[in-house]
Ligand binder design. Structure first.
Ligand SMILES: C[S@@+](CC[C@H](N)C(=O)[O-])C[C@H]1O[C@@H](n2cnc3c(N)ncnc32)[C@H](O)[C@@H]1O
Length: 254
């Protein structure tokens, strides 16, 4: 299994259920960071940017509104349909396909100053091979000297006591969340029991392959890239042993 398919139901509720990620305190720094990096890589020319797993355009749409030319690759047609309620295919063209293999719309391979993949979505690829292929595909789309950016969670294995395979991460009025972790395959299942607006409780689960920052660096190297910087968040906070997430930037070698 390469990754789960995001259904019509996911797409319909995505923006509302991930509302915290649409907050200006999150999106503002995200878009600023990507915009500055793209402008720097384009060196005075109009930056061309590609988002892998573009979803409903949470990041791409505000970036486009800033005048940046953005294209996308996205596997779920329902997610693209939601994006299309916000912008046309002329404004943000998208290829429906797998981000580890698909070819982006023009300017296509070798044409982008910046490729990015945010919100832990590299973990939606469930094998190391698929994750490496994703780096190779990102590199294939970059101009020499262009940047690849990944925002990804740092695996929280310190919270997994010896002999157990489950870690709770939320116990609130409307949500119980816990991860089950297989430390051999690096596979993680995120379990949710929740109710929305007083509706009936529902249970769901998503499948991931967790990946270490150092492993991402190795994947970048395999794809012909070198590390530029790793920070803890889009505001550029220093990355250290307490960081729960990382924003990593690599550069495609000439
Ligand atoms: C957490 S959402 C992120 C969407 C968007 N990037 C954002 O930040 O809001 C994950 C997205 O990844 C897409 N996705 C998962 N696996 C994929 C794959 N192999 N190729 C392309 N898209 C994929 C899903 O369909 C979904 O739209």
């Amino acid at each position: 299994m390469r990754s789960q398919l995001w259904t019509e139901d996911h797409a319909h509720h995505y923006d509302e259920r991930h509302g915290d990620r649409f907050d200006e305190t999150v999106l503002g720094p995200t878009v600023r960071f990507l915009n500055e990096l793209a402008a720097e890589a384009a060196d005075g020319h109009g930056p061309q940017v590609l988002e892998l797993a573009i979803g409903t355009g949470r990041v791409a749409v505000p970036l486009r509104r800033r005048g940046v030319a953005v294209a996308g690759i996205e596997r779920s047609e329902p997610m693209v349909a939601k994006l299309r309620e916000k912008v046309s295919a002329d404004e943000i063209p998208v290829t429906v396909g797998d981000m580890s293999t698909a070819t982006a719309p023009p300017p296509g391979p070798g044409g982008f100053h910046l490729v990015y993949l945010v919100y832990n979505t590299i973990t939606n690829l469930l094998t190391q091979d698929a994750q490496v292929d994703c780096f190779v595909n990102a590199a294939r789309h970059l101009r020499p000297g262009g940047n690849f950016v990944i925002e990804n969670v740092v695996p929280d294995l310190r919270r997994l006591p010896p002999g157990q395979d489950a870690v709770p991460f939320d116990l609130s009025d409307d949500h119980v969340g816990f991860d089950t972790i297989d430390t051999v395959s690096q596979r993680l299942t995120s379990h949710h029991v929740r109710r929305f607006d007083g509706d009936a409780w529902t249970r769901s689960a998503s499948e991931h392959r967790y990946v270490w920052p150092s492993e991402l660096d190795l994947m970048a190297r395999i794809a012909g890239m070198e590390p530029v910087v790793r920070v803890a968040d889009w505001n550029g906070s220093p990355f250290d042993e307490t960081s729960g997430s990382a924003v990593s930037v690599w550069r495609l070698l000439d």
